[in-house]
Design a binder for this molecule. Structure first.
Ligand code: HEC
Ligand code: HEC
Ligand code: HEC
Ligand code: HEC
Ligand code: HEC
Length: 234
């Protein structure tokens, strides 16, 4: 980490001051959290896109649209052109599809080329760092963090996406771990997975319970999420 103190300052003093400031911020942050719980955030979007229909009923995987999630820090919002891959055939003349064609179909009479302005829902404040790839490639699934998106007509951010939530899982990740091919699944249940797949531990015994599976994956992949402040605060 870069040295933020000029060479001649009294580092002990500044170090103490920084610690006290951090402790105060944590206490205030805690009070804020207890007293003013943030409601779930569910803004109206410019197009009535339904995750319940696409990820739920049509059972599309999450990365079919958010393909950046496994190879970059961000999950990304799909380009409107990718929607038209289906919607130039499926309900192309529906008024609900019109904004997509205005944005991305030059043949459409009302074409403007203006991108659809989706309202962002999940946003950490600037001082915390998050990385999708670091989770998806280590066995944490989309729905472990974003909830039952495949059941949502309109996307909703969880009310507890705060530091304590990150730390709780970093301290004890085993119950949340899944086989890698399941991390982008719209629906996942460890119990169902164990019923339909034979997973064996290193001694050849078949794993029977979700607890066994979580502990096995943690051990097998040597999962050790970091807890030090600089992991998420640069
Ligand atoms: C470990 C928890 C976690 C997992 C797993 C996770 N997300 Fe996220 N997601 C977050 C957080 C936290 C943010 C806010 C990030 C920020 O503001 O920097 C976010 C933001 C997003 C966003 C909006 C901003 C962006 O990154 O482009 C989308 C879309 C998204 N996630 C989709 C997904 C999908 C799809 C998956 C699975 C392929 C997934 N997420 C897996 C926690 C998670
Ligand atoms: C794999 C094909 C596929 C893709 C890709 C797809 N959709 Fe759909 N979409 C459908 C189907 C199927 C329906 C339901 C059609 C029906 O009700 O008969 C639908 C319905 C809709 C509707 C409701 C239309 C109406 O009149 O009821 C909207 C809005 C919509 N999609 C938006 C989008 C957006 C935005 C994207 C891109 C992010 C997208 N779709 C990508 C297949 C797709
Ligand atoms: C057919 C394409 C499509 C599929 C499949 C899809 N998404 Fe999305 N997703 C979108 C679009 C378009 C948006 C932006 C509009 C909105 O918020 O509804 C979005 C927004 C999101 C957001 C909110 C982004 C923000 O602003 O914070 C999250 C979280 C998310 N998706 C997670 C998922 C998860 C988890 C799955 C799998 C269960 C999934 N998506 C499947 C197209 C898709
Ligand atoms: C696993 C990731 C992670 C680790 C490790 C972590 N933080 Fe955080 N921290 C966050 C997130 C996420 C937020 C909330 C950002 C937001 O509100 O959008 C946050 C917020 C904060 C805040 C603002 C008050 C609050 O609670 O919202 C302070 C102060 C803070 N962290 C200090 C620390 C200190 C000191 C450490 C080391 C003991 C630490 N953090 C370790 C992720 C982390
Ligand atoms: C459901 C469990 C879970 C949640 C929630 C979660 N993480 Fe993680 N996180 C993990 C796991 C597992 C890893 C991978 C550890 C490994 O590779 O050994 C990880 C890794 C990371 C890494 C990469 C550095 C490292 O430790 O290897 C960062 C940065 C990170 N998480 C930040 C966050 C932040 C910020 C939040 C909250 C907004 C968060 N995480 C929430 C489970 C979680």
């Amino acid at each position: 980490m870069a040295n933020i103190f000029p060479p001649n300052t009294n580092k002990r003093f500044y170090g103490g001051a920084v610690l006290i400031a951090l402790a105060a911020a944590l206490v205030l942050g805690g009070l804020y959290y207890v007293n003013f719980q943030v409601p779930e955030y569910e803004p109206v979007q410019p197009v009535r896109f339904s995750h319940k229909l696409h990820a739920g009923d049509l059972n599309m995987s999450c990365t079919a649209c958010h393909s950046a999630a496994t190879r970059s820090p961000r999950a990304g919002i799909p380009d409107t052109k990718s929607c038209l891959g289906c919607h130039q055939h499926i309900l192309p003349n529906s008024p609900l599809i019109a904004p997509l064609r205005q944005a991305a179909d030059p043949q459409y009479p009302g074409y403007t080329g203006e991108p659809v302005r989706w309202v962002m829902v999940n946003r950490l404040s600037g001082h915390a760092y998050f990385n999708h790839m670091a989770h998806l490639n280590r066995g944490i699934g989309c729905t472990s963090c974003h909830g039952d998106v495949a059941g949502m007509e309109r996307i909703r951010a969880p009310r507890d996406a705060r530091m304590q939530w990150c730390l709780d899982c970093h301290r004890n990740p085993a119950p949340h771990l899944r086989p890698l091919e399941e991390t982008d699944a719209s629906h996942y249940s460890a119990a169902d997975y164990l019923r339909t797949h034979s997973v064996q531990d290193t001694d050849g015994n078949r794993l029977r319970t979700p607890v066994q599976l979580g502990n096995f994956l943690k051990h097998q992949w040597n999962i050790q999420p970091k807890m030090d402040c600089s992991t998420c605060h640069h």
